[in-house]
Design a protein around this ligand. Structure first.
Ligand code: DUC
Ligand code: ZN
Ligand code: ZN
Ligand code: ZN
Length: 486
Protein backbone atom coordinates (compact mmCIF):
# COMPACT_ATOMS: atom_id res chain seq x y z
CA UNK A 1 0.00 0.00 0.00
CA UNK A 2 1.02 3.59 -0.66
CA UNK A 3 0.29 4.68 2.88
CA UNK A 4 1.44 3.43 6.26
CA UNK A 5 -1.65 4.65 8.06
CA UNK A 6 -5.01 6.20 7.31
CA UNK A 7 -7.16 7.92 9.91
CA UNK A 8 -10.55 7.40 8.33
CA UNK A 9 -13.78 9.36 8.51
CA UNK A 10 -12.99 11.83 11.28
CA UNK A 11 -13.68 15.54 11.40
CA UNK A 12 -10.42 17.40 10.85
CA UNK A 13 -10.01 20.87 12.34
CA UNK A 14 -7.64 23.70 11.52
CA UNK A 15 -7.71 27.33 12.69
CA UNK A 16 -10.14 28.15 9.89
CA UNK A 17 -12.01 25.01 8.87
CA UNK A 18 -13.66 21.85 10.17
CA UNK A 19 -14.26 19.16 7.53
CA UNK A 20 -14.69 15.45 7.22
CA UNK A 21 -11.66 13.76 5.63
CA UNK A 22 -9.39 10.76 5.66
CA UNK A 23 -5.84 11.63 6.70
CA UNK A 24 -3.11 9.53 5.07
CA UNK A 25 0.36 9.16 6.55
CA UNK A 26 3.54 7.82 5.00
CA UNK A 27 6.50 7.51 7.33
CA UNK A 28 6.45 10.46 9.70
CA UNK A 29 4.46 12.86 7.58
CA UNK A 30 0.88 13.60 6.47
CA UNK A 31 0.88 13.00 2.71
CA UNK A 32 -2.76 13.24 1.68
CA UNK A 33 -6.20 14.34 2.84
CA UNK A 34 -9.36 13.54 1.02
CA UNK A 35 -12.32 11.21 0.65
CA UNK A 36 -11.97 7.44 0.39
CA UNK A 37 -8.17 7.36 0.45
CA UNK A 38 -6.38 4.08 0.55
CA UNK A 39 -5.32 1.42 0.93
CA UNK A 40 -2.92 1.63 3.87
CA UNK A 41 -1.03 -0.86 6.02
CA UNK A 42 -3.15 0.20 8.94
CA UNK A 43 -6.39 2.11 9.46
CA UNK A 44 -7.84 3.92 12.42
CA UNK A 45 -11.61 4.38 12.39
CA UNK A 46 -12.23 7.99 13.44
CA UNK A 47 -15.95 8.22 12.64
CA UNK A 48 -17.62 10.39 15.27
CA UNK A 49 -14.23 11.68 16.42
CA UNK A 50 -12.28 14.90 15.91
CA UNK A 51 -8.87 14.76 14.27
CA UNK A 52 -6.82 17.65 15.69
CA UNK A 53 -3.19 18.70 15.53
CA UNK A 54 -1.27 17.47 18.55
CA UNK A 55 -0.95 20.24 21.11
CA UNK A 56 2.13 22.43 21.25
CA UNK A 57 2.91 23.37 24.86
CA UNK A 58 5.35 26.22 24.57
CA UNK A 59 5.98 26.81 28.27
CA UNK A 60 6.72 23.91 30.59
CA UNK A 61 9.41 23.27 33.17
CA UNK A 62 10.84 19.76 32.91
CA UNK A 63 13.61 18.34 35.11
CA UNK A 64 14.42 21.89 36.04
CA UNK A 65 16.12 23.21 39.13
CA UNK A 66 13.92 25.88 40.75
CA UNK A 67 15.13 29.27 41.92
CA UNK A 68 15.43 27.80 45.42
CA UNK A 69 17.45 24.84 44.15
CA UNK A 70 14.65 22.22 44.23
CA UNK A 71 14.45 19.74 41.35
CA UNK A 72 10.91 19.49 40.06
CA UNK A 73 9.04 16.23 40.26
CA UNK A 74 9.14 15.08 36.64
CA UNK A 75 11.69 13.59 34.31
CA UNK A 76 11.54 14.12 30.57
CA UNK A 77 10.04 10.67 30.34
CA UNK A 78 7.24 11.27 32.86
CA UNK A 79 6.51 14.83 31.75
CA UNK A 80 6.34 14.03 28.04
CA UNK A 81 4.33 10.88 28.75
CA UNK A 82 1.77 12.97 30.64
CA UNK A 83 1.78 15.48 27.77
CA UNK A 84 1.06 12.70 25.27
CA UNK A 85 -1.85 11.35 27.33
CA UNK A 86 -3.27 14.88 27.33
CA UNK A 87 -3.05 15.21 23.54
CA UNK A 88 0.14 17.28 23.41
CA UNK A 89 2.89 16.21 20.98
CA UNK A 90 5.47 19.00 21.17
CA UNK A 91 6.90 20.80 24.18
CA UNK A 92 9.20 23.74 24.57
CA UNK A 93 10.80 23.43 27.99
CA UNK A 94 13.72 25.28 29.48
CA UNK A 95 17.47 25.01 29.65
CA UNK A 96 17.93 26.96 32.85
CA UNK A 97 21.16 28.75 33.59
CA UNK A 98 21.76 29.71 37.22
CA UNK A 99 24.36 32.19 38.44
CA UNK A 100 27.87 30.84 37.82
CA UNK A 101 26.80 28.28 35.21
CA UNK A 102 28.17 28.35 31.70
CA UNK A 103 25.35 28.56 29.17
CA UNK A 104 26.81 26.07 26.69
CA UNK A 105 27.15 23.45 29.42
CA UNK A 106 23.58 24.09 30.58
CA UNK A 107 22.28 23.34 27.08
CA UNK A 108 24.34 20.18 26.85
CA UNK A 109 22.98 18.96 30.18
CA UNK A 110 19.33 19.53 29.25
CA UNK A 111 19.89 18.01 25.81
CA UNK A 112 21.23 14.86 27.46
CA UNK A 113 18.19 14.57 29.76
CA UNK A 114 15.71 15.05 26.92
CA UNK A 115 17.56 12.82 24.47
CA UNK A 116 17.31 9.92 26.90
CA UNK A 117 13.82 10.54 28.20
CA UNK A 118 11.47 12.40 25.85
CA UNK A 119 8.70 10.43 24.11
CA UNK A 120 7.53 13.45 22.06
CA UNK A 121 9.44 16.17 20.21
CA UNK A 122 10.92 19.06 22.15
CA UNK A 123 12.75 22.37 21.93
CA UNK A 124 14.30 24.64 24.54
CA UNK A 125 14.02 28.24 25.63
CA UNK A 126 17.35 29.32 27.12
CA UNK A 127 16.91 30.89 30.56
CA UNK A 128 19.57 33.51 31.22
CA UNK A 129 20.16 34.25 34.90
CA UNK A 130 23.81 35.28 34.65
CA UNK A 131 24.22 37.65 31.69
CA UNK A 132 28.02 37.79 31.66
CA UNK A 133 29.98 39.04 28.67
CA UNK A 134 30.89 35.43 27.76
CA UNK A 135 27.27 34.31 28.03
CA UNK A 136 25.92 37.12 25.84
CA UNK A 137 28.75 37.59 23.35
CA UNK A 138 30.37 34.20 23.04
CA UNK A 139 27.81 31.50 23.96
CA UNK A 140 24.43 32.98 23.08
CA UNK A 141 24.98 33.72 19.36
CA UNK A 142 26.34 30.20 18.79
CA UNK A 143 23.52 28.56 20.74
CA UNK A 144 20.86 30.50 18.84
CA UNK A 145 22.47 29.37 15.57
CA UNK A 146 22.35 25.78 16.83
CA UNK A 147 18.57 25.96 16.89
CA UNK A 148 17.58 27.58 20.18
CA UNK A 149 15.59 30.48 18.80
CA UNK A 150 14.24 31.89 22.07
CA UNK A 151 15.53 33.28 25.35
CA UNK A 152 13.69 33.58 28.64
CA UNK A 153 14.36 35.90 31.53
CA UNK A 154 12.78 36.41 34.96
CA UNK A 155 12.13 39.92 36.31
CA UNK A 156 11.52 38.45 39.77
CA UNK A 157 12.82 35.63 42.04
CA UNK A 158 15.86 36.41 44.19
CA UNK A 159 18.35 34.22 42.38
CA UNK A 160 17.07 34.62 38.84
CA UNK A 161 15.93 38.18 38.42
CA UNK A 162 17.40 40.37 35.72
CA UNK A 163 17.51 44.12 36.43
CA UNK A 164 16.75 46.76 33.83
CA UNK A 165 20.31 47.37 32.58
CA UNK A 166 21.28 43.74 31.97
CA UNK A 167 17.78 43.22 30.56
CA UNK A 168 18.56 45.81 27.88
CA UNK A 169 21.81 43.95 27.16
CA UNK A 170 19.84 40.72 26.74
CA UNK A 171 17.25 42.41 24.52
CA UNK A 172 20.05 43.63 22.24
CA UNK A 173 21.64 40.17 22.20
CA UNK A 174 18.28 38.61 21.29
CA UNK A 175 17.84 41.16 18.53
CA UNK A 176 21.28 40.49 17.08
CA UNK A 177 20.69 36.74 17.11
CA UNK A 178 17.17 36.99 15.75
CA UNK A 179 15.73 35.24 18.82
CA UNK A 180 12.43 35.77 20.64
CA UNK A 181 12.71 37.17 24.17
CA UNK A 182 10.24 35.60 26.61
CA UNK A 183 9.71 36.97 30.09
CA UNK A 184 8.26 36.20 33.48
CA UNK A 185 7.33 39.79 34.19
CA UNK A 186 6.37 40.78 37.74
CA UNK A 187 7.68 43.68 39.83
CA UNK A 188 10.19 42.12 42.20
CA UNK A 189 10.27 44.98 44.72
CA UNK A 190 6.52 45.02 45.29
CA UNK A 191 6.36 41.28 45.83
CA UNK A 192 9.33 40.98 48.18
CA UNK A 193 8.14 44.00 50.19
CA UNK A 194 4.65 42.48 50.49
CA UNK A 195 6.08 39.10 51.47
CA UNK A 196 8.13 40.65 54.29
CA UNK A 197 5.20 42.67 55.66
CA UNK A 198 2.79 39.73 55.52
CA UNK A 199 5.19 37.30 57.23
CA UNK A 200 6.20 39.88 59.88
CA UNK A 201 2.53 40.20 60.83
CA UNK A 202 1.97 36.47 61.02
CA UNK A 203 0.17 36.02 57.71
CA UNK A 204 1.86 32.79 56.69
CA UNK A 205 -0.95 30.63 55.24
CA UNK A 206 -0.69 29.69 51.52
CA UNK A 207 -3.57 32.04 50.69
CA UNK A 208 -1.30 35.04 51.42
CA UNK A 209 0.90 34.01 48.53
CA UNK A 210 -1.76 35.38 46.21
CA UNK A 211 -1.98 38.62 48.18
CA UNK A 212 1.81 39.06 48.13
CA UNK A 213 1.77 39.18 44.33
CA UNK A 214 -0.17 42.44 44.32
CA UNK A 215 -2.05 42.74 41.06
CA UNK A 216 -0.20 45.81 39.77
CA UNK A 217 3.14 44.04 40.16
CA UNK A 218 2.17 42.40 36.88
CA UNK A 219 1.05 45.38 34.77
CA UNK A 220 3.96 47.47 36.08
CA UNK A 221 6.55 44.92 34.96
CA UNK A 222 4.79 44.39 31.61
CA UNK A 223 4.89 48.11 30.97
CA UNK A 224 8.57 48.42 31.90
CA UNK A 225 9.53 45.44 29.76
CA UNK A 226 7.46 46.70 26.83
CA UNK A 227 9.19 50.10 27.09
CA UNK A 228 12.65 48.55 27.06
CA UNK A 229 11.80 46.22 24.19
CA UNK A 230 10.35 49.13 22.20
CA UNK A 231 13.52 51.17 22.75
CA UNK A 232 15.59 48.58 20.91
CA UNK A 233 12.78 47.27 18.67
CA UNK A 234 12.95 43.69 19.95
CA UNK A 235 9.87 41.42 19.82
CA UNK A 236 8.84 39.92 23.17
CA UNK A 237 6.57 37.20 24.51
CA UNK A 238 4.99 37.91 27.90
CA UNK A 239 4.36 34.69 29.77
CA UNK A 240 1.37 33.74 31.92
CA UNK A 241 -0.81 36.86 31.95
CA UNK A 242 -3.05 36.65 35.02
CA UNK A 243 -4.80 40.01 35.49
CA UNK A 244 -7.23 42.21 33.58
CA UNK A 245 -4.77 45.12 33.92
CA UNK A 246 -1.97 42.99 32.51
CA UNK A 247 -4.07 42.04 29.50
CA UNK A 248 -5.03 45.68 28.96
CA UNK A 249 -1.35 46.74 29.03
CA UNK A 250 -0.62 44.23 26.27
CA UNK A 251 -3.62 45.35 24.26
CA UNK A 252 -2.43 48.96 24.40
CA UNK A 253 1.10 48.01 23.31
CA UNK A 254 -0.16 45.94 20.40
CA UNK A 255 -2.46 48.80 19.48
CA UNK A 256 0.65 50.98 19.14
CA UNK A 257 2.03 48.49 16.65
CA UNK A 258 4.62 47.01 19.00
CA UNK A 259 5.59 43.38 18.53
CA UNK A 260 4.34 42.09 21.85
CA UNK A 261 3.03 38.52 22.09
CA UNK A 262 1.45 37.06 25.21
CA UNK A 263 0.08 33.85 26.67
CA UNK A 264 -2.10 32.78 29.53
CA UNK A 265 -2.52 29.37 31.19
CA UNK A 266 -5.45 27.21 32.37
CA UNK A 267 -4.77 28.10 36.02
CA UNK A 268 -5.70 31.74 35.25
CA UNK A 269 -8.82 30.74 33.33
CA UNK A 270 -10.14 28.05 35.71
CA UNK A 271 -8.77 28.79 39.21
CA UNK A 272 -9.01 31.79 41.53
CA UNK A 273 -7.10 32.93 44.63
CA UNK A 274 -9.87 31.27 46.69
CA UNK A 275 -8.48 27.89 45.65
CA UNK A 276 -5.47 28.59 47.91
CA UNK A 277 -7.79 29.05 50.89
CA UNK A 278 -7.88 25.48 52.22
CA UNK A 279 -7.30 24.10 55.74
CA UNK A 280 -3.65 23.72 56.79
CA UNK A 281 -1.05 23.59 54.05
CA UNK A 282 -3.38 22.06 51.44
CA UNK A 283 -3.62 25.37 49.56
CA UNK A 284 0.06 24.97 48.62
CA UNK A 285 -1.10 22.61 45.86
CA UNK A 286 -2.61 25.63 44.08
CA UNK A 287 0.40 27.93 44.57
CA UNK A 288 1.99 29.20 41.39
CA UNK A 289 3.41 32.52 40.28
CA UNK A 290 1.71 34.65 39.30
CA UNK A 291 -1.13 33.34 41.47
CA UNK A 292 -4.65 32.58 40.28
CA UNK A 293 -6.65 35.81 40.59
CA UNK A 294 -10.38 36.63 40.49
CA UNK A 295 -13.45 35.67 38.52
CA UNK A 296 -13.45 39.01 36.68
CA UNK A 297 -9.82 38.44 35.67
CA UNK A 298 -10.82 35.10 34.16
CA UNK A 299 -13.46 36.89 32.10
CA UNK A 300 -10.97 39.57 31.03
CA UNK A 301 -8.51 36.87 29.91
CA UNK A 302 -11.16 35.06 27.86
CA UNK A 303 -12.02 38.36 26.22
CA UNK A 304 -8.33 39.05 25.52
CA UNK A 305 -8.03 35.60 23.94
CA UNK A 306 -11.04 36.20 21.75
CA UNK A 307 -9.70 39.58 20.59
CA UNK A 308 -6.22 38.23 19.86
CA UNK A 309 -4.51 40.27 22.57
CA UNK A 310 -3.27 36.94 23.96
CA UNK A 311 -2.25 34.44 21.31
CA UNK A 312 -1.43 31.18 23.12
CA UNK A 313 -2.39 29.08 26.12
CA UNK A 314 0.46 27.07 27.65
CA UNK A 315 0.53 24.98 30.80
CA UNK A 316 3.53 26.46 32.71
CA UNK A 317 3.85 22.87 33.96
CA UNK A 318 6.03 23.09 37.10
CA UNK A 319 5.30 20.02 39.24
CA UNK A 320 6.21 19.62 42.90
CA UNK A 321 4.93 16.78 45.03
CA UNK A 322 2.74 17.67 48.03
CA UNK A 323 5.24 16.06 50.40
CA UNK A 324 8.63 16.60 52.03
CA UNK A 325 10.43 16.33 48.67
CA UNK A 326 8.43 19.16 47.13
CA UNK A 327 5.84 21.61 48.41
CA UNK A 328 6.38 20.60 52.07
CA UNK A 329 10.17 20.59 51.99
CA UNK A 330 10.29 23.12 54.85
CA UNK A 331 7.91 20.98 56.96
CA UNK A 332 4.22 20.13 57.20
CA UNK A 333 3.25 23.71 58.01
CA UNK A 334 5.43 25.95 55.86
CA UNK A 335 4.96 29.67 55.50
CA UNK A 336 3.88 30.60 51.98
CA UNK A 337 7.34 31.91 51.07
CA UNK A 338 8.86 28.47 51.75
CA UNK A 339 6.64 26.65 49.25
CA UNK A 340 7.95 25.90 45.73
CA UNK A 341 5.82 27.69 43.13
CA UNK A 342 4.21 25.74 40.36
CA UNK A 343 1.45 23.38 39.25
CA UNK A 344 1.42 20.26 37.11
CA UNK A 345 -0.48 21.02 33.91
CA UNK A 346 0.90 19.28 30.81
CA UNK A 347 -1.77 16.58 30.84
CA UNK A 348 -4.82 18.64 31.79
CA UNK A 349 -4.20 21.74 29.62
CA UNK A 350 -6.05 20.45 26.55
CA UNK A 351 -8.90 18.52 28.22
CA UNK A 352 -9.78 21.57 30.36
CA UNK A 353 -9.72 23.87 27.35
CA UNK A 354 -11.56 21.41 25.09
CA UNK A 355 -14.36 21.13 27.65
CA UNK A 356 -14.66 24.91 28.00
CA UNK A 357 -14.06 25.93 24.38
CA UNK A 358 -15.53 23.08 22.34
CA UNK A 359 -18.00 21.15 24.53
CA UNK A 360 -19.33 24.26 26.28
CA UNK A 361 -18.77 26.37 23.17
CA UNK A 362 -16.61 29.22 24.43
CA UNK A 363 -14.69 30.56 21.37
CA UNK A 364 -15.12 27.24 19.55
CA UNK A 365 -13.09 24.45 17.98
CA UNK A 366 -11.03 26.47 15.47
CA UNK A 367 -9.91 28.86 18.21
CA UNK A 368 -9.04 25.89 20.43
CA UNK A 369 -6.76 24.57 17.66
CA UNK A 370 -5.24 27.99 17.16
CA UNK A 371 -4.51 28.83 20.80
CA UNK A 372 -3.18 25.43 21.80
CA UNK A 373 -1.29 24.27 18.70
CA UNK A 374 -1.07 26.45 15.58
CA UNK A 375 -0.31 29.83 17.14
CA UNK A 376 2.45 28.61 19.48
CA UNK A 377 3.98 26.64 16.58
CA UNK A 378 3.99 29.80 14.44
CA UNK A 379 5.29 32.17 17.09
CA UNK A 380 8.15 29.82 18.02
CA UNK A 381 8.91 28.92 14.39
CA UNK A 382 7.89 25.26 14.52
CA UNK A 383 5.20 25.77 11.88
CA UNK A 384 4.36 24.32 9.32
CA UNK A 385 6.11 21.18 10.57
CA UNK A 386 4.16 21.30 13.86
CA UNK A 387 0.84 22.78 14.95
CA UNK A 388 -1.48 22.00 12.05
CA UNK A 389 -3.06 19.14 10.13
CA UNK A 390 -1.74 19.73 6.63
CA UNK A 391 -0.11 17.84 3.80
CA UNK A 392 3.62 17.88 4.45
CA UNK A 393 3.32 18.47 8.20
CA UNK A 394 4.59 15.94 10.74
CA UNK A 395 1.87 13.43 11.58
CA UNK A 396 1.45 14.76 15.13
CA UNK A 397 -2.24 14.15 15.66
CA UNK A 398 -4.64 13.79 18.56
CA UNK A 399 -7.92 11.99 17.91
CA UNK A 400 -10.53 13.30 20.33
CA UNK A 401 -13.75 11.64 21.41
CA UNK A 402 -15.99 14.71 21.84
CA UNK A 403 -18.58 12.74 23.81
CA UNK A 404 -16.41 11.03 26.40
CA UNK A 405 -17.08 12.30 29.91
CA UNK A 406 -14.30 12.08 32.45
CA UNK A 407 -14.18 13.02 36.11
CA UNK A 408 -10.60 14.05 36.76
CA UNK A 409 -8.73 12.28 39.56
CA UNK A 410 -5.18 12.50 40.91
CA UNK A 411 -4.70 8.80 40.19
CA UNK A 412 -5.27 9.08 36.45
CA UNK A 413 -2.40 11.53 35.91
CA UNK A 414 0.85 10.29 34.33
CA UNK A 415 3.22 12.92 35.68
CA UNK A 416 5.02 12.51 39.01
CA UNK A 417 3.45 15.40 40.94
CA UNK A 418 1.02 12.99 42.62
CA UNK A 419 -1.93 15.36 42.32
CA UNK A 420 -3.69 17.63 39.88
CA UNK A 421 -5.11 21.02 40.91
CA UNK A 422 -8.11 20.17 38.70
CA UNK A 423 -9.20 16.94 40.46
CA UNK A 424 -12.94 16.48 40.81
CA UNK A 425 -13.87 18.39 37.67
CA UNK A 426 -16.18 16.69 35.24
CA UNK A 427 -15.10 17.29 31.64
CA UNK A 428 -16.54 16.39 28.26
CA UNK A 429 -14.14 15.44 25.45
CA UNK A 430 -10.93 13.45 25.72
CA UNK A 431 -7.94 12.60 23.50
CA UNK A 432 -8.20 8.86 22.90
CA UNK A 433 -5.48 8.18 20.31
CA UNK A 434 -2.30 10.24 19.90
CA UNK A 435 0.31 10.13 17.13
CA UNK A 436 3.80 11.57 17.12
CA UNK A 437 5.48 11.67 13.68
CA UNK A 438 3.19 8.91 12.47
CA UNK A 439 3.80 6.63 15.45
CA UNK A 440 0.69 5.77 17.47
CA UNK A 441 2.06 6.60 20.91
CA UNK A 442 -1.15 6.60 22.98
CA UNK A 443 -3.94 4.13 22.32
CA UNK A 444 -6.54 2.40 24.53
CA UNK A 445 -5.13 4.14 27.59
CA UNK A 446 -1.62 2.80 27.02
CA UNK A 447 1.68 4.38 26.06
CA UNK A 448 3.50 2.83 23.14
CA UNK A 449 6.71 4.85 22.87
CA UNK A 450 10.15 4.36 24.27
CA UNK A 451 12.00 6.99 26.28
CA UNK A 452 14.30 8.89 23.96
CA UNK A 453 12.08 8.48 20.89
CA UNK A 454 11.22 12.19 20.92
CA UNK A 455 13.45 14.44 18.85
CA UNK A 456 15.02 17.85 19.31
CA UNK A 457 13.38 20.54 17.18
CA UNK A 458 16.04 22.98 16.05
CA UNK A 459 14.56 26.33 15.06
CA UNK A 460 15.66 29.90 14.47
CA UNK A 461 13.70 32.80 15.91
CA UNK A 462 11.69 33.06 12.69
CA UNK A 463 9.20 35.69 11.61
CA UNK A 464 7.75 36.52 15.04
CA UNK A 465 11.21 37.37 16.41
CA UNK A 466 12.07 39.82 13.60
CA UNK A 467 12.19 43.49 14.64
CA UNK A 468 9.57 45.81 13.17
CA UNK A 469 12.27 47.98 11.58
CA UNK A 470 10.94 51.03 13.42
CA UNK A 471 13.57 52.04 15.95
CA UNK A 472 12.73 54.87 18.34
CA UNK A 473 14.82 57.94 17.64
CA UNK A 474 16.76 57.61 20.93
CA UNK A 475 18.44 54.51 19.51
CA UNK A 476 19.09 56.19 16.19
CA UNK A 477 20.17 59.73 17.19
CA UNK A 478 21.66 60.75 13.87
CA UNK A 479 18.62 59.41 11.99
CA UNK A 480 21.04 57.85 9.57
CA UNK A 481 21.69 54.38 10.92
CA UNK A 482 18.84 52.81 8.98
CA UNK A 483 17.62 49.95 11.14
CA UNK A 484 20.90 49.92 13.10
CA UNK A 485 21.29 50.70 16.74
CA UNK A 486 23.20 53.39 18.58
N1 DUC B 1 6.05 30.12 38.28
C1 DUC B 1 5.58 28.97 38.69
O1 DUC B 1 4.52 28.92 39.26
N2 DUC B 1 6.30 27.88 38.45
C2 DUC B 1 7.50 27.85 37.73
C3 DUC B 1 8.14 29.14 37.57
C4 DUC B 1 7.24 30.27 37.73
O2 DUC B 1 7.57 31.36 37.38
ZN1 ZN C 1 21.39 22.44 21.47
ZN1 ZN D 1 7.04 32.28 35.14
ZN1 ZN E 1 7.10 29.05 33.93
Amino acid sequence: PAYDLIIRGGRVATTTDVFEADVAIAGEVIVAMGRVLGPAKREIDARGKLVLPGGVDSHCHIEQLSAAGIMNADTFESATTSAAFGGTTSVISFAAQHVGMQLGQVLEDYHALARNGAVIDYAFHMIIADPTKEALERDLPALIRQGHGSIKIFMTYDRLKIDDEPLLDILIAAREGGAMLCAHAENHGIISWMVKRLLARGYTHPKYHAISHARFSEAEAFNRLIGMAALVDQPIMIFHVSTAEGARTIRDARGEGLKVFAETCPQYLFLTADDLDKPGAEGAKWMCSPPPRRKDDQEALWKALSLGDLQTISSDHAPYRFDETGKLRAGPNPNFKQVANGLPGLEMRLPLLFDAMVSKGRLGLEKFVELTATAPAKIYNLHPRKGSIAVGADADIAIWDPDRRVTVTDAMMHDLAGYTPFAGRSLQGWPVTVLSRGRVIVESGKLNASPGSGRFLARSGGEAAKPTGRLVSDMNPEQNFGAKLL
